[in-house]
Design a protein around this ligand. Structure first.
Ligand SMILES: [Zn+2]
Length: 55
């Protein structure tokens, strides 16, 4: 049985998340630019993939 886990926003618990590459940023330069990042559509917070809450 496949158990599907839905990533949730660690801030508001919302599941309306957009996943995208973090890309280049002015603060970190190219470091970690290929890491995936979530953008919560509910509260507007951005967080790294490993910060998402899976339930
Ligand atoms: Zn949120």
């Amino acid at each position: 049985m496949a158990e599907e886990k839905v990533p949730k926003c660690p801030v508001c618990g919302g599941i309306d998340l957009v996943k995208k590459k973090r890309g280049w940023t002015i603060t970190t330069g190219v470091f970690g630019m290929n890491k995936m990042q979530y953008h919560c559509q509910s509260c507007g917070k951005k967080f790294m993939e490993n910060k998402a809450v899976y339930e």
